[in-house]
Design a protein around this ligand. Structure first.
Ligand code: IPM
Ligand code: MN
Length: 345
């Protein structure tokens, strides 16, 4: 018998509600001979309020032993900004070397996209996940004075840029349109920008079938709204990727549908799958949270673990469910039930 050993970080707010639906769909779609084992980790704002801890070394070590991690959402307004982001989420992404932050955007039927009815949107952003301005390489001098200087250094290594660019080319190569766009700002950020562009051009010579394009990030935001169909695969740095994937989510059906995978392609460490949205404390417990982003993240998880047919069934269940979604609002649980029933086939 095969087993999937999954670490679950349900987290705060709507996190536990959407994760429950994700697990429901996962259970429904797995082949009979595959056993699902879940291990819940009490991490997030609740835990921090209770103990002051974000993620201990022992927990980090234990998390390494699982096949993958599923995360709901963490945070609440009572935790100072940055504590859980740096102490938990980014700590996991860095410690597990999640250098590919995969964020697909698809225009699903019947969504609230301002671009609904426009040509097909179906692209994926490969956001670098371990470097850039996220590394915390910075410092403040003369703090609190009128002469304060705050530096936030973006770290870009040849090794780090090349591996994510290579991954993005491979993904583009595997898609029908075979197109890869590099997004950066190399007219201003000349040091990092040229490392990215030179690497992009050099690695591209190994992928002659992939057509390439370069856009400055500001121009990319225009095209994401006016002509999103031009994109197939986008590769970009950690911060630009953070920003453009929220925009991409907004134009392709809303943050309630945006899934993501924090992937360690070498499989040295477990990958982590999470909806892009946050803990939404304002609607927690009301049954209003849309679990679809978590369910789509489960599809990414399945694909990563080699369950391609099952992943495709989950994606298809979401597409059909959205197409048939009526006017009457459904609860988190009802959407989960409907998706699980459809995905089970
Ligand atoms: C995301 C989030 C995180 C990020 C925050 C919470 C650290 O915005 O997953 O996109 O900036 O990466
Ligand atoms: Mn973000």
């Amino acid at each position: 018998d095969r087993t999937i050993d999954l670490a679950v970080i349900s987290g705060d707010g709507i996190g536990p509600e959407v994760v429950a639906q994700g697990l429901k769909v996962l259970t429904a779609v797995l082949p009979q001979d595959v056993k699902l084992e879940t291990h819940e980790y009490d991490l997030g704002a609740k835990r921090w309020h209770a103990t002051g801890e974000t993620l201990t070394d022992a927990e980090l070590e234990k998390l390494k032993s699982h096949h993958a991690l599923l995360l709901g959402a963490i945070g609440d307004p009572g935790v100072p900004s940055g504590v859980l982001e740096r102490g938990l989420l980014l700590k996991l992404r860095f410690a597990f070397d999640h250098f590919v932050n995969l964020r697909p955007s698809k225009l699903f039927p019947n969504t609230s996209s301002p671009l609904a009815g426009r040509p097909e949107i179906d692209f994926v952003v490969v956001r670098e996940g371990t470097e850039g301005p996220y590394v915390g390489n910075g410092g403040t001098i003369r703090k609190g004075t009128p002469h304060e200087v705050a530096n936030e250094v973006s770290v870009n290594t040849a090794y780090g840029v090349e591996r994510v660019v290579r991954d993005a080319y491979a993904r583009a190569q595997a898609r029908p349109r075979k197109k890869l766009t590099l997004v950066h700002k190399n007219n201003v950020l000349v040091h990092a920008g040229h490392l990215w562009k030179d690497t992009f051009d050099r690695v591209g010579r190994e992928f002659p079938e992939v057509s390439t394009d370069y856009l400055h990030v500001d121009a990319a935001t225009i095209f994401l709204v006016t002509d999103p169909a031009r994109f197939d695969v986008i590769v970009t740095d950690n911060l630009f990727g953070d920003i453009i994937t929220d925009l991409a989510a907004a134009v392709s059906g809303g943050i309630g549908l945006a899934a993501s995978g924090n992937i360690n392609p070498t499989r040295e460490f477990p990958s982590m799958f999470e909806p892009v949205h946050g803990s939404a404390p304002d609607i927690a417990g009301s049954g209003k949270a849309d679990p679809t982003a978590t369910v789509l993240s489960v599809a990414l998880l399945l694909r990563h673990l080699g369950f391609e047919a099952e992943a495709a069934r989950v994606d298809e269940a979401v597409t059909v469910d959205l197409a048939e979604r009526g006017e009457a609002p459904r609860t988190t649980d009802e959407i989960g039930d409907a998706l699980a029933a459809r995905a089970a086939g």
